[in-house]
Write a protein that binds this ligand. Structure first.
Ligand SMILES: N[C@@H](CCC[C@H](N)C(=O)O)C(=O)O
Length: 266
């Protein structure tokens, strides 16, 4: 039986989206990995399945490129708002609110968490900054914005060997759920960011990475809210103040629609 899918991206962070609100779809790790494979599947950084929700307009479930289900995805949230016009989305990382404003979408991701057991970190240590180092990267801010991130402020993000340090940090046992790794440069006109995503590697943009980085930079008084965060795929504007939800604004792009026989991939 064939299923319709939508291919979308937020600043080059790309998604395959199945709308399973009317017709349920059984997704699991091997199938998510097979669909996400860029050579033998459709290809995407994250796979998204939309389901019915009892607390929001819909429920969004997210699988990383490696097939592991995760809590949140900022860029996919904007794409789902653009696709479905949902105003509230239930996610594993909390309730996301969405608003369309012309070609831009604003999503509100809830409040960040900095407690060690909320990030989570394996044992009780400070998270701002964390007293740890991996090669030239040291003393990150660790936080959860619905999913776990560490943010390293560096002089030159391009000079960091993220292909080597990203997976080393992602899989460090100090992070029991693994972690997304952000390296950020602060400039007078905003932040330049590269992200090694848990389960997906280096992506062109990461919405929750931009949010976590903006929050860490505002908290440590490196920048003022709102802040423009520029990644390889483009820019997002992030606004946040302590005690408030994080607001992220940016584009969401529809690429194409297709049909796939999932049984053939399973
Ligand atoms: N690309 C996403 C984040 C996707 C999930 C992340 N890799 C994780 O494992 O938490 C975004 O735009 O936020």
């Amino acid at each position: 039986m064939t299923r319709t899918f939508h291919k979308m991206h937020g600043l080059g962070n790309d998604f395959v989206i199945f709308d399973a609100r009317e017709e349920p779809l059984a997704m699991d790790e091997p199938l998510a990995r097979a669909v996400s494979d860029r050579k033998t599947g459709i290809g995407c950084d994250q796979l998204v399945v939309l389901e019915k929700s009892t607390v929001a307009d819909l429920r969004m479930r997210i699988w990383n490129h490696d097939g592991i289900e995760v809590e949140s995805c900022g860029n996919a949230s904007r794409c789902v708002v653009a696709l479905t016009h949902a105003k509230t989305i239930e996610t594993g990382g909390g309730l996301v609110r969405g608003e369309e404003d012309g070609s831009d979408i604003e999503v509100s991701l809830g409040e960040p968490h900095f407690e060690w057991d909320q990030v989570p970190v394996t044992y009780a240590i400070p998270t701002n900054p964390m007293p740890m180092a991996w090669g030239e990267l040291h003393n990150p801010v660790a936080l959860s914005v619905g999913n776990p991130h560490v943010v390293f402020f560096v002089d030159n993000a391009d000079s960091i060997d993220l292909d080597e340090l990203g997976p080393r940090i992602e899989h460090d046992p100090v992070f029991p759920d693994r972690i997304n790794v952000n390296v950020a440069e602060v400039h007078p006109d905003g932040i330049r960011l590269r992200t090694w995503e848990r389960g997906a590697g280096i992506t062109r943009a990461c919405g929750t990475g931009a949010s976590a980085t903006a929050v860490a930079a505002i908290l440590t008084k490196r920048v003022q809210s709102p802040v423009k965060v520029t990644m390889r795929g483009g820019s997002l504007t992030i606004a946040w103040a302590p005690g408030e939800p994080i607001r992220m604004r940016g584009s969401a792009t529809y690429v194409f629609k297709g049909e796939i026989e999932l049984e053939a991939l399973a």
